[in-house]
Write a protein that binds this ligand. Structure first.
Ligand code: NAD
Length: 466
């Protein structure tokens, strides 16, 4: 654990190296990120072993994190130069026409990246990459439960001999709060409860924060859907990473004509899952209690467990659930799939939107236009159609949590710019002794201003000359 006074010292060190990093041509920063990408590939198996040790993830799931980060390095590196280039907007309007205008992108000096335990490497590096490319220094504060793979990955930056602008501090929420108190931009991923505390602390300092928080993602299965694919998607969407994903499928609404068929298919798939190979364990043991309480509450209120339901780590399919049950309102973050029958798509939309969260959602339908119509009515930052988690791999699209699922967006084609402040530089092109708007205020100068502004800004001859 990094003691509190050392957090500010560490941030101070990173801050002192940042101006030289920002002064490098973008191409040089891209080269360092390319070297780092090579190091990640060369150390992939060691990093994945650490991940598996500290999270208990199946090897297939641990094996996704580094390719995911590398994809982000490649994608953002290709775009960084163009995004960070100066822009010169065309002059416009009476008062701006004689000015040369310039927009310059200036990085926030130090970005703090605070992350949870469910994807330690993926989430820590995913945000660090565009921030480093932008010219920021980055300090990562991973979850106290899962810091060894992140520590090893951050050490790789030093091993390749890159400028000392990427570091880590270890510890619990107290250390996270120290980071929030020391950096210039906070990129936080975690629960809505902590997100609120971070936002309050950021507001006190008037520093920006971006929040990627929890979810209660709904999946809607319409009567014309491919039920086999929908059931496979629902089971993977609910059980992958032992259900510990912000975008896990947490509740399913199925139109009545296909409800029984969907349930049978989903229960069949879930029953085939093997502990250890397909489903890992809880990274945070306390999560098991939350999952158990949600399942117990549902069963006590009349739900049926078609599969599992006895131990919290088991793949569990719950039928006949309703919105009085906790499992349809609170984030479960475990391998459960509660399924509810709905009369029609209007009821499905109404129930899907009946949540304080709005991270992402899923619609299954044989008619893409119908699915898109529904997507536009869903209150969620992302909607996957006939798919789950597809948006996580589409880096060109922003990931934004609506409602209590977040503030701001992660990724997208211009992700690098998020870590920059736009600076406006205006210079006079013609330099009379004084401008028309300056002193002295005289009737003649006011009349000229009045005439020119109407000529340039009004519509129709009468108003232009008026
Ligand atoms: P958490 O909020 O308990 O902790 C997240 C991080 O914040 C940890 O590093 C923790 O040490 C730190 N922290 C705690 N108190 C802090 C404070 N006062 N100031 C600063 N930092 C503090 O979350 P968790 O239990 O680790 O993770 C699970 C949650 O994360 C779930 O709600 C899940 O949905 C969410 N999540 C969201 C996304 C997303 O992209 N939207 C991705 C993954 C996980």
């Amino acid at each position: 654990m990094t003691p509190a006074e050392s957090v500010s010292r560490r941030v101070g060190q990173l801050r002192s190296h940042q101006p030289a990093w920002a002064a490098l041509p973008v191409a040089s920063r891209v080269r360092w990120l390319s070297d780092y990408r090579d190091w990640l590939w060369d150390n992939q198996s060691r990093l994945e072993r650490l991940l598996i040790e500290e999270t208990g993830k199946p090897a297939t799931e641990a094996g996704l994190e580094i390719p995911y980060v590398v994809q982000a390095i490649n994608y953002h590196s290709r775009r960084a130069s163009r995004l960070l280039a100066d822009r010169r907007p065309r002059p416009h309007g009476m008062l701006a026409i004689t000015k040369r205008q310039l927009i310059v992108q200036r990085p926030y000096p130090v970005v703090g990246v605070i992350t949870p335990w469910n994807f330690p490497l993926g989430l820590s590096l995913l945000d660090a990459v565009p921030a480093l490319l932008a010219g920021c220094a980055v300090v990562v504060k991973p979850s106290e439960l899962t810091s060894s793979a992140v520590a090893a990955a951050v050490a790789g930056w030093t091993e390749i001999g890159a400028p000392q602008v990427f570091g880590m501090v270890g510890g619990d929420g107290g250390v996270g709060a120290e980071v929030v108190g020391a950096v210039d931009f906070i990129q936080f991923t975690g629960s809505a409860r902590t997100g609120r505390a971070v936002a309050r602390a950021a507001a006190d300092r008037l520093v920006p924060c971006a929040l990627e928080l929890g979810g209660k993602d709904a999946m809607i299965v319409l009567d014309d859907a491919d039920i086999e694919r929908a059931a496979n998607a629902a089971v993977w969407g609910a059980m992958a990473n032992c259900g510990q994903m912000c975008v896990s499928v947490e509740r399913v609404y199925v139109e009545a004509p296909v409800y029984d068929r969907f349930l049978a298919a989903a229960a069949g798939r879930a029953a085939e899952l093997r502990a250890g190979t397909d489903i890992g364990g809880f990274i945070n043991p306390a999560q098991g209690d939350v999952v158990a309480s949600h399942v117990e509450d549902a069963l006590a209120r009349g739900a049926r467990a078609l599969v599992g339901g006895r131990r919290p780590g088991d793949a569990t399919v719950l039928a006949d659930v309703n919105h009085a049950m906790v499992c349809m309102a609170e984030e479960t973050f475990g391998p459960t799939l509660p399924v509810m029958c709905v009369a029609d798509e209007d009821e499905a939309i109404h129930l899907a939107n009946d949540s304080r969260y709005g991270l992402s959602a899923v619609v299954f339908s044989g008619d893409r236009r119908r699915a898109e119509r529904l997507a536009r009515r869903l209150e969620a930052g992302t909607v996957n159609i006939n798919d789950v988690f597809a948006n996580l791999f589409t880096l060109a699209l922003p990931q934004s949590g609506w409602k209590e699922s977040g503030l701001g967006a992660r990724g997208g084609s211009d992700a690098v710019l998020k870590f920059c402040r736009s600076q406006a530089i205006v210079s006079a092109r013609v330099m009379p002794r004084r401008e028309l708007t300056w002193y002295p205020y005289t009737p003649v100068r006011r009349a000229v201003l009045h005439r020119v502004s109407r000529l340039l800004g009004a519509r129709g001859l009468r108003r232009r000359l008026g």
